[in-house]
Design a protein around this ligand. Structure first.
Ligand SMILES: Nc1ncnc2c1ncn2[C@@H]1O[C@H](COP(=O)(O)OP(=O)(O)OP(=O)(O)O)[C@@H](O)[C@H]1O
Length: 570
């Protein structure tokens, strides 16, 4: 917590205590005024009390307002700080480190759990500080005037301020702690329901998913109701105890007046001050219950913040070397946290301007190779370097400024075509945007649209065809102008002819730029400098297209099959 926030919290506590003191002052002066006025004294006697009522009345309102203002300001600052930390962590964890979290649960942690943390200051600490201040002053004032009444107030304060809330906290602990998890489960079910709606409907599975969300909702209602019932019972009990306390003070006060120990006028003061002090006590069991929920939310946020980053981040990063860039992998092995060994002894050389294709069957480890180069996945052994500097000694973000990816699952934002492109390069000129679109064969289409670059693409690019979406992602990567560009299955959603045309376009557009093309199609690879054929995480063949075809091994067989399929499809 920054010192500014600590000072604000201290100021809010002082203002809260001041407001409580003013409230008691108001009760005391008003009580005295009413009782004394009933004796019809000279107006001059009442004058000071009238001023006191005005002063305490106005200052109580002002102090409470100021306390809320300063307290909320502090709480929101804390919240902003935590949210920034959580977002920063999410950024470092994405994508490999987030795979253990479900996206709905992640959303609940990032939004609901972080939001709940403000309750600690606003709904737990603040009411308790105010109660402690009120109770302390009341015990002092009432105890001085009527010692036996003071004892009654002390006992009531201990019960209302400690015993009942602690008991309520104990009873409510399980359900309050369960709330954060259940909210996460509901969020997960709803996110699945919304994101998977078309498939759920197509497979007739929507009702089952709705029932799952319904069950999570019912469980959340049950735990919330159980927590509210316990907190409500606690509030009722404290109200009862506060009422008994006021009666006890009244009886002790009457005895004191009878014995001549207390002037009759002050009896009203003693009773009204006690009433005012216990005004806030009914909220305390709720505050303790909230404290349990906040603790659980804090634990969930802490777990996210403590999640290990999937790649090593150097304590003292080496500065990024100057361009041009060459990359070298030597005997690289990489394993996913699940234990799967996805790369097993990979060697790769990417000199400036090299265009290398990585091909191989599904699951061979092609995308994993991209993940290693982008520092999304740590090496288990072997060496990876950029201009001779170990990739692990550079800041991962610095590596990602050099090595860019146009991935098969890249996100298309719910904005316009132009916005999606400018994301990669906010200052891109019209000519640069047009060149990127032309390189992926989208320029004619975009120019034919009534709104051109201002056309909205919908959520996840829903208003685009699979192929257009894919091309847009590649255009964005070209526009970003990364020194080393990885194109992961850029032709994934295209028919064979369109795929081959796009590969040709891309290889032409990336001419002179270091490019790693990951693809399952071999057509068009005649123009790349080198091809690596991956199988089960190992390079089983490498060379130019001509060399590999001439070698008549696995690559040549794949090539023959692809040609036959192309002839068949025509
Ligand atoms: N996050 C992950 N956790 C565990 N295993 C993974 C993960 N991602 C991929 N794998 C496994 O690693 C292996 C290599 O996967 P990878 O995605 O690199 O293959 P690929 O060659 O790119 O396949 P495709 O052509 O289908 O995209 C596969 O067996 C896959 O199941």
């Amino acid at each position: 917590m920054t010192s500014g926030v600590t000072a604000r919290l201290a100021a809010a506590s002082l203002l809260g205590a001041g407001g409580a003191a003013a409230g008691l002052g108001l009760a005391a002066t008003a009580g005295w005024l009413i009782a004394r006025a009933s004796e019809h004294p000279n107006m001059a006697v009442l004058g000071l009390a009238v001023v006191g009522v005005r002063f305490f009345g106005i200052s109580r309102g002002l102090l409470r307002y100021a306390e809320r203002l300063v307290g909320h300001d502090a709480a929101f600052r804390v919240l902003a700080d935590v949210r920034m930390k959580v977002y920063g962590r999410l950024e470092r964890l994405a994508p490999a480190g987030l795979q253990t979290f479900r996206s709905g649960d992640l959303l609940a942690r990032f939004v609901d759990d972080v939001d709940s943390l403000q309750d600690l200051l606003l709904r737990v600490v603040s009411p308790y500080v105010v109660f402690v201040a009120s109770a302390g002053l009341t015990v002092g004032l009432v105890g001085t005037l009527v010692p036996t009444a003071g004892v009654v107030v002390v006992v009531a304060v201990l019960f209302c301020g400690t015993a009942v809330p602690v008991l309520a906290r104990h009873l409510v602990r399980r359900s309050e702690m369960r709330q954060a998890e259940t909210r996460g489960e509901l969020s997960t079910a709803v996110v699945d329901l919304v994101q998977g709606a078309p498939d759920l409907i197509a497979y007739g599975a929507a009702n089952a998913q709705l029932r799952r969300a319904g069950r999570a909702d019912a469980e959340l209602t049950t735990v919330a109701r159980s927590a509210a019932r316990t907190a409500g019972t606690g509030s009722g009990l404290t109200t009862l105890l506060a009422g008994l306390c006021v009666w006890g003070v009244l009886v002790a006060g009457i005895v004191a007046v009878d014995n001549g120990q207390l002037p009759g006028v002050l009896l009203t003061v003693v009773v009204l001050v006690t009433l005012a002090a216990f005004e806030l006590v009914t909220g305390l069991p709720q505050a303790f219950a909230i404290f349990e929920r906040v603790r659980r939310c804090q634990a969930r946020v802490d777990a996210l913040l403590a999640t290990e980053v999937p790649v090593r981040e150097p304590a003292a990063p080496v500065p990024l070397p100057a361009a041009p860039y060459s990359i070298r992998l030597r005997d690289v092995r990489a394993r996913y946290p699940s234990g799967h060994l996805a790369l097993d002894g990979i060697d790769l050389e990417l000199a400036p301007g090299d265009r290398v294709a990585v091909v191989g069957p599904s699951g061979a480890g092609k995308s994993t190779l991209a993940a290693v180069l982008l520092r999304f996945l740590e090496l288990e052994s072997g060496a990876a370097s950029l201009n001779g500097v170990c990739l692990g000694d550079l800041e991962p973000d610095a590596v990602r400024r050099v090595v860019g990816l146009a991935g098969q699952d890249a996100h298309v934002f719910d904005r316009t075509i132009g916005d999606n492109l400018r994301l990669a390069r906010p200052d891109a000129t019209e000519a640069q945007i047009r060149a990127a679109l032309a390189a992926v064969g989208l320029l004619d289409w975009v120019e034919g649209l009534p709104r051109g670059l201002a056309t909205e693409v919908g959520e996840h690019g829903a208003r685009l065809s699979g192929g257009q979406r894919q091309r847009l992602v590649v255009a964005r990567a070209l526009l970003a102008d990364f020194p080393v560009l990885i194109l992961d299955e850029p032709t994934e959603h295209l028919d064979p002819r369109a795929a081959d045309a796009l590969t040709a376009n891309l290889l032409a557009a990336s001419s002179g730029r270091t490019t790693l093309l990951i693809t399952h199609r071999l057509s068009g690879l005649q123009t790349v400098d080198r091809i690596l054929l991956l199988e089960a995480g190992r390079v089983v063949e490498s060379g130019t297209h001509a060399e590999l075809v001439a070698a008549r091994r696995a690559y040549a067989r794949l090539w023959a099959r692809e040609k036959a399929e192309l002839i068949q499809s025509e």
